[in-house]
Design a protein around this ligand. Structure first.
Ligand SMILES: O=C(O)C(=O)C[C@]1(C(=O)O)C=C[C@@H](O)C=C1
Length: 108
């Protein structure tokens, strides 16, 4: 039987952790892809003199992500905190690019 109730709890924990590991790996890959695109945005903004941050775009995204989170039974507050945390890092990268760094990771 593969029913969870008949598994050793430590085996069951190890099985669940395999799925958590896969999801964490996918999240890291998705974040890396997101930062590749935001680096493109940062270069475009730096070369055309556009401001690093766009509060209107952020407001639209926060509303959209909060609604998606609610539909998915994820805490909308958490979704907003996650977005705000990531965007703060993106803006930092944009500012470094605007100040002459070749890539967001370079010392400016
Ligand atoms: O879309 C942009 O203009 C970006 O710079 C990307 C991004 C984001 O990471 O989503 C980051 C900073 C802006 O304030 C808004 C959005």
């Amino acid at each position: 039987m593969t029913d969870a109730a008949h598994l050793d709890p430590l085996d069951e924990l190890a099985g669940i952790r395999q799925s958590i590991d896969n999801i964490d790996a996918a999240l890291i890959h998705l974040l890396a892809e997101r930062f590749k695109f935001t680096q493109q945005v940062g270069r475009l903004k730096a070369s055309s003199g556009l401001p690093a941050s766009d509060p209107d775009r952020e407001r639209v995204q926060v509303a959209r992500l909060r609604a998606l989170a609610s539909e998915s039974h994820l805490d909308p507050e958490f979704a907003e905190k996650w977005f705000t945390f990531v965007v703060a890092e993106v803006i930092h990268h944009h500012e470094r690019l605007a100040n002459g760094a070749k890539s967001a990771g370079d010392p400016a």
